[in-house]
Design a protein around this ligand. Structure first.
Ligand SMILES: C[S@@+](CC[C@H](N)C(=O)[O-])C[C@H]1O[C@@H](n2cnc3c(N)ncnc32)[C@H](O)[C@@H]1O
Length: 267
């Protein structure tokens, strides 16, 4: 999701993406990438949980309660506190229904049993990840106490059992989380959008990646430095496939993909 202000870099990148990106998997030759197109990106089948999750999302749009939020901004620095209505956070500042449904399909398709989310916010996207595979375990990290408490309560209200909520800064929490995981199936990096932080979290996550892992980076066109980070990530030797959907970028590490390739998809 994009934040409040749209900048020139985003507009120019979007126009380029619009003209260059492939549509509906046409011209996608890799069997695995083609399957992802069919099952994840352009799959119109509706999972029955989508209605349930969307109803929870709709409660957020009607919630006028205010939360006093510690704003981390980009760079992990605690900038200021601000009071925001839940409905306005739900409107601007969290993954859209479409994005959450894509992440749900991805977890489901890849059968991820453990997933990490950096940036819980209201926790609605976390619920999608948790529902996608009831046998999975989801760890989500949030620096703002008010958001952490709200998200934890939301999951309790709807009796989700497979989510661990952590209130901490990504910089200190991620190494600890990775330390206790044997392997990392899925990580969604959705906060602290600086070049240094993004590369740092990528390198940390790499220590637990395996052949079927997927790493997802949100807001890769949010700023020039985020695009620079994305371009650096996809050049990493262990990445064999990257998918740029404009809204987020995903990297895969499959050994069976012998020739590394980069795919841009219009979704
Ligand atoms: C874009 S929101 C996450 C949205 C959520 N993943 C979703 O899909 O709906 C980013 C969140 O990351 C948190 N955040 C940003 N930088 C952080 C940091 N360095 N440590 C901990 N939390 C941070 C912010 O407080 C914010 O709630």
């Amino acid at each position: 999701m994009f934040a409040l202000k749209i900048n020139r870099h985003q507009i120019v990148s979007y126009i380029k993406h619009f003209f260059i990106a492939k549509r509906k998997g046409h011209g996608v030759h890799s069997p695995f990438a083609y399957q992802l197109c069919e099952e994840v990106f352009y799959n119109n089948n509706v999972f029955y949980e989508f209605e349930y999750l969307n109803n929870i999302r709709n409660t957020l749009f009607k919630n006028h309660k205010k939360l006093v939020i510690e704003d981390f901004g980009a760079g992990s620095k605690l900038l200021k506190k601000s009071s925001r209505k839940i409905k306005s956070i739900a409107t601007i500042g969290i993954s859209s229904k479409h994005q959450s449904e894509i992440l749900y399909r991805l977890v489901n398709f890849l059968n991820c049993s453990n997933a990490v989310e950096l940036g819980t916010s209201l926790g609605i996207n976390t619920l999608y990840l948790a529902k996608a595979n009831s046998k999975s375990s989801i760890i989500t990290i949030e620096g703002s106490l008010a958001l952490f408490e709200f998200a934890r309560q939301l999951s309790e209200n709807y009796k989700f059992k497979n989510i661990q909520f952590i209130h901490d800064n990504f910089d200190s929490a991620l190494p600890k989380v990775l330390n206790v995981l044997n392997k990392l199936d899925f990580i969604y990096i959705d906060g602290n959008h600086t070049y240094e932080a993004t590369i740092k979290y990528f390198n940390l996550a790499l220590t637990k990646k395996h052949n079927n892992s997927v790493f997802i980076f949100d807001d890769i066109y949010w700023s020039k430095e985020m695009t620079k980070a994305w371009n650096k990530i996809i050049q990493n030797d262990s990445v064999t496939l990257s998918i740029d959907t404009f809204y987020f970028g995903m990297v895969f590490f499959k050994n069976e993909i012998k020739e590394k390739f980069h795919l841009k998809l219009y979704i």
